[in-house]
Design a protein around this ligand. Structure first.
Ligand code: FES
Length: 107
């Protein structure tokens, strides 16, 4: 079973789209989808809802300022340096970003 998270067009070139407890972010020509939870304490990353990016374009945690690379969610700076955001498997179909559900051991 799969679930549409947002329209691909809703993810701006240098921005994000909030979809429930997940968010989609552009990383160059690609898109990544992550769980909206900081690996440091598990809180939501965004302060104002839907605001995830620092001025230099990294994903930033509003609580303690950890910074994450968009393409792979690795923390580059902050208290959880070296950890990473939880990536969500997805596909893009008919202009929709669609979350893939786990089935058994396969996505
Ligand atoms: S809760 Fe995100 S850096 Fe501490």
């Amino acid at each position: 079973m799969s679930e549409a998270l947002c329209r691909l067009a809703d993810v701006p070139p240098d921005g994000t789209a909030l979809a429930g407890g997940l968010f989609a972010v552009r990383a160059g020509d690609a898109v990544a989808v992550y769980v909206n939870a900081c690996p440091h304490l598990g809180v939501a990353l965004d302060g104002p809802p839907g605001r995830f990016l620092s001025a230099d374009g990294r994903i930033v945690c509003a609580l303690h300022g950890a910074e994450f690379r968009r393409a792979d969610g690795v923390c580059l700076r902050g208290p959880c340096r070296g950890e990473r955001l939880t990536a969500v498997a997805f596909s893009v179909r008919d202009g929709l970003v669609i979350k893939q559900q786990k089935q058994g051991r396969l996505f």
